[in-house]
Design a protein around this ligand. Sequence first.
Ligand code: 5GP
Length: 233
Amino acid sequence: MSGPGGAGRRGLPFVVSAPSGTGKTTICRALVARDPGVVFSVSHTTRAPRAGERDGVDYHFVDETTFEALVAQGAFLEHARYAGHRYGTSWAAIEAPLAAGRDVLLEIEIQGARQVRERLADACLVFLLPPSRAELERRLRGRGTDRADQVERRLAIAREEFQAAPLFDAFVVNDVMEQAVEDLAAVVAAARRGGRAALPGAAGLAAVRRRLAPDLAGWLPTDQGRVRERPIP
Ligand code: 5GP
């Protein structure tokens, strides 16, 4: 089968990363549902399935021993530990669809995005951001699953994750969900036309800095990615 680019086209890997509470899963699922040229990469994880999650569909649920054996075999494009559990994208999850000309969407956290950046030159990395710190906090509290101190912890983690923004090729703000899906689809369309080079990179980061509420724009690193050193008192 050939993908949207025509016969012989190899698919593109897309990575979507975002701080927890940004609505990443909803947006990624919406994109995959509307675009048959994009398939979702099913990761391996050692965490237990949540209600409604299916093995082989949402994740490949495995134990630590199996995960470790896969790492030793070199089965993973990337893998990371997150909130006490292991997560990884296997080469097997992406190779067949890419070879068949389909684009593959990896919804993964930031350590994994870094590894993909190092290993796949054509990967298109998209950073999804909430519109403001207040909105991020509201969404984290709204989930009702976290205690107040955990919300604070997640906010602190999000702030750290923002430091990785210069690694990314494109930026999407999830203010209105439908618009964020449109914006992500536009990133995919641009990359299909011109590859990763067609994505805005540093210019996109500058643009998103202007778009975010000041309480959140201040979390983005300055100096083209290097956090400005604090003066020694
Ligand atoms: P959850 O347990 O809520 O499904 O996912 C926790 C975090 O792990 C999310 O940020 C999710 O994007 C990330 N994640 C899911 N699969 C992978 C993966 O294969 N590799 C990495 N590095 N992160 C993943």
